[in-house]
Design a protein around this ligand. Structure first.
Ligand code: NDP
Length: 499
């Protein structure tokens, strides 16, 4: 084993980033660290490769992306094991993560032409003598910066859509999961050996910053809100467009007519899967008074049953060791502010693990309610009714996802959540539906991956008008006469002047 102080903390040794398991400290692998110059050269190579890739057209790209999808599906166990070793995630969760990523590759490949390809656009009465054409052309090179918590799902959610749209991609994986990132680009190179269309550069945050300044044509960032700000500031220097998928503090609302068993099951899953290290994880629950006690009881019973450990457990270790301090602080401050732990509590933090913790009676001002915890903890708060639940859910600057359990009003409540996504009578499911856009509002970022919006995010609209007849009323020419202008005034009033 390479000498590391804390298992899971990456170290740089002899110009290589050495990645270790947060559970055992065993080495997961190592990758070369890129200098700023090497990042620039990777982007330059990608630019040439991107022209070749764009030239393949939608059909050529679709064939190759579907081949990559098939390769991932055939090697799902190998990739899941690597995710497990490098990040600590239980193998079953890793399998589900890979499946979700594969589905996104499949959908993006199959739908890129329909969504982005050239099409005619109807003109209106004015300019009726012109035809409209619209297509979405690739930006060129897209820089994808990814986090460690879903090291396949998150970068693929951007990269597959960017590639399907005809861009080359340079990926900067998180320093905590570089080996998984390298695996992704290596397997892509197996099916697209001709050109470096999808490559990776590795290192710490400075490599991500170098990628932002490398002349890429767009940056798709997934990570914390604080880093999202730094990324946007760096990209502002060159007006490089950005897509920001940042943090969240998603709420679940449990209404009076909810199926409480289903709600409790989804709450425990949504809050504790991947040991709570999920951007769209449920971190707060607002349950209406009539069902509050019964709901809490059902959550407690399920959370207590979960196992924690390195292998074959429900919850694995905390991937980024420094996150343990944040989780500990949120639990401690919640208790100090008058909250109670009905499962877990301060003693639940046993590095590198945190056992499930369910907190009640926590004031809304506490960090456990206001800040992203990113651990296997959840607060449950009693509210008078759904209106109060929505008000509290919407009170934070974050607005990523959310969940509502109920029958009669559940969809209406979901629509009132200030968030980019919501799931009714389930948790997190919108992430796997490739036909739906994914992204947040406020401190959770902007722009969308997945679905049609996700494809359009990686193409720039190219609009073309084409004359198909002579203009009967010359308007956009110095050759129009005062009589023409008088006619234009008349037409303006006739067409738009009525109330
Ligand atoms: P970070 O913001 O710490 O890092 C994200 C990526 O940015 C990493 O690759 C990191 O590199 C890189 N980076 C760090 N500094 C810079 C910089 N100055 N310029 C450019 N890139 C930089 O997030 P985490 O990896 O800790 O991921 C957890 C966060 O991601 C949570 O807040 C979570 O909510 C969010 N997230 C959001 C999702 C969404 O879709 N909205 C999905 C998944 C997670 P390095 O690791 O080397 O420091």
């Amino acid at each position: 084993m390479t000498a590391v102080q804390v298992p899971g903390t990456p170290v740089i040794s002899d110009g290589r980033l050495v990645s270790t398991s947060p559970a055992t400290g065993d080495e997961a692998g190592s990758v070369p660290v890129a200098t700023a110059g090497e990042v620039g050269r990777a982007v330059a190579r990608a630019r040439t490769a991107g022209q070749w890739w764009a030239g393949l057209g939608f059909t050529g790209r679709r064939t190759r992306l579907l081949r990559w999808r098939a390769l991932l599906a055939q090697r799902v166990e190998e990739l899941a094991e690597l995710i497990h070793v490098e990040g600590g995630k239980p193998v079953g969760d890793a399998v589900v993560e890979v499946l979700t990523a594969i589905e996104h590759i499949d959908w993006a490949a199959r739908n890129a032409r329909r969504v982005l390809g050239p099409r005619r656009v109807r003109s209106r009465l004015i300019l009726a003598e012109f035809a409209g054409h619209l297509e979405y052309q690739p930006h060129g090179v897209v820089g994808v910066i990814g986090p460690w918590n879903y090291p396949v799902f998150t970068p693929v959610g951007s990269a597959a859509y960017a590639l399907a749209a005809g861009n080359a991609v340079v990926l900067k994986p998180s320093e905590y999961t570089p080996v998984v990132g390298q695996w992704l680009v290596d397997t892509f190179a197996e099916v697209v050996p001709e050109q470096p269309v999808f490559t990776a550069v590795h290192g710490l945050g400075d490599v991500g910053a170098a990628l932002c300044r490398s002349g890429v044509d767009k940056v798709a960032f997934t990570g914390s809100t604080a880093t999202a700000r730094a990324v946007m500031a760096a990209c502002a220097e060159s007006l490089t467009p950005v897509l920001l998928e940042a943090g969240g503090k998603d709420a679940m609302i449990v209404d009076a007519d909810a199926d409480l068993d289903a709600a409790a099951e989804a709450c425990v899953w949504g809050a504790l899967t991947n040991a709570g290290q999920t951007c769209i994880g449920i971190e707060r629950v607002y349950a209406v008074a009539p069902v509050y006690d019964e709901f809490v009881g059902k959550v407690v019973a399920r959370a207590e049953r979960l196992t924690v450990g390195a292998d074959s457990a429900d919850l694995g270790p905390i991937t980024m060791p420094s996150q343990l301090d944040v989780i500990r602080r949120h639990i401690d401050e919640a208790i100090a502010a008058g909250g109670r732990a009905v499962v877990g509590g301060p003693a639940a933090v046993q590095p590198p693990y945190v056992h499930p913790t369910v907190l009640v009676d926590v004031p809304e001002s506490a960090s456990a309610i206001r800040e992203e915890t990113f651990g296997p903890t959840v607060t449950i708060t009693r509210v008078a009714d759904a209106d109060e639940a929505v008000r509290r859910a919407n009170a934070l600057p974050y607005g990523l996802g959310g969940s509502v359990f109920g029958r009669r009003d559940a969809v209406a409540i979901a629509r009132r959540l200030r968030s980019g996504m919501a799931s009714v009578n389930s948790a997190l499911t919108f992430a796997g539906m490739s036909t739906l856009p994914f992204g947040g509002v406020g401190d959770s970022g902007f722009g969308r991956i997945h679905g049609e919006d996700g494809l359009r995010e990686f193409g720039r609209a190219k609009s073309v008008t084409r004359r198909r007849a002579r203009s009967l009323l010359p308007a956009m020419t110095f050759e129009r006469t005062p009589t023409d202008v008088a006619r234009i005034v008349k037409i303006t009033k006739a067409l738009y002047g009525r109330r």
